[in-house]
Design a protein around this ligand. Structure first.
Ligand code: SAM
Length: 284
């Protein structure tokens, strides 16, 4: 890395670019469900010490900090760290660091809960997802006995370019298939959690949307380079491929077919959700 380049952790996307427009285009979905999971512990939520791994621009931390005793965050992108620092101001119960969630600096049994939101697909380039196992082992190490891990991710069905929850993925099919391969199928993730002897493994469909409201009603939004920067799926496409996809979308706006596609994806999202939260406990 050149000296002037900011640190970045994703295996395929430079988040120092993406975070310029991230907050305008994304929403922290599942916040309520994650808090509810934290509340199901023996320790009252306001006495809990929480960790967020890969906190991005800090949207989750900035909300959850008001409900818990302390929240720590580890993020691989310097730009994300800086944005989050600004967002949380002088909040005394927030502790942020630039680091790698595969190798945490915390001692064993430190946290009451650990959350990751849309991070797992950045960890691995290999189809056997070896870094995911490292991440799960490291999570289990830093969580207290009885503590909980929440993983906000997406299923293969949700990411499907033709029958999934994201209407624009149909027009960037190759990128959608590439990103789909980065997500471990949910049943496999559940098996890995079982193998590592996590207990109370549950799946919850979060409420709320992943993207800003305009995504769901105005197809022109996805032509915007700022929007494209805020979804790492576009990192799988060259400039030429993005231009070709934009042509496809413009013509489907002109002939009206895009609206059917948007309706179809919205109906699917109601059925299968836009993402999924998997929670699992470290045994006492
Ligand atoms: C899609 S973003 C999600 C950001 C945030 N969690 C959210 O949902 O708004 C993925 C984040 O994971 C971070 N990340 C990826 N691999 C990481 C690693 N090994 N260690 C720390 N952070 C990592 C990236 O830098 C990026 O901020």
């Amino acid at each position: 890395m050149k000296k002037t380049e900011k640190k970045n952790a994703s295996s395929y996307c430079n988040y120092n670019d993406s975070f310029i427009s991230y907050d305008q285009n994304r929403q922290p979905n599942g916040l309520q469900e994650i808090l509810n999971i934290f509340k199901q512990s023996r320790i009252p939520v306001e006495e809990q010490t929480i960790l967020e791994g890969g906190f991005g621009t800090g949207a989750y931390i900035n909300h959850i900090r008001h409900h818990v005793k302390e929240i720590h965050g580890v993020e691989g992108s310097e730009k994300g760290y800086e944005e989050t620092r600004q967002k949380v101001g002088n909040a005394e119960n927030v502790h942020l660091q630039i680091g790698n969630i595969l190798d945490l600096s915390f001692s064993d049994d430190f946290f009451d809960a650990y959350m990751v939101n849309q991070v797992l697909h950045h960890l691995d380039t290999e189809p056997a997802y070896p870094h995911l196992t490292l991440f799960l082992k490291e999570s289990r190490r830093v969580i207290k006995p009885g503590g909980v891990l929440t993983i906000n991710t997406s299923s293969q069905e949700q990411l499907n370019p033709h029958s999934g929850a994201y209407w624009n993925y149909k027009y960037i099919e190759k990128a959608a298939l590439a990103i789909q391969a980065r997500y471990i199928p949910v049943p496999n993730l559940l098996s890995r959690l079982e193998e590592l002897e996590f207990t109370e493994i549950k799946t919850t469909l979060p409420s709320g949307n992943l993207f800003q409201e305009r995504y769901y009603c105005d197809p022109r939004l996805v032509l915007d380079t700022d929007f494209q920067k805020a979804d790492s799926i576009y990192c799988f496409y060259s400039k030429k491929q993005i231009d070709e996809a934009n042509i496809l979308i413009r013509s489907s706006i002109d002939d009206g077919s895009v609206y059917q596609q948007m309706e179809h994806a919205a109906a699917r999202a109601k059925e299968i959700g836009e993402s999924v939260i998997i929670s699992a406990r470290k045994p006492l």
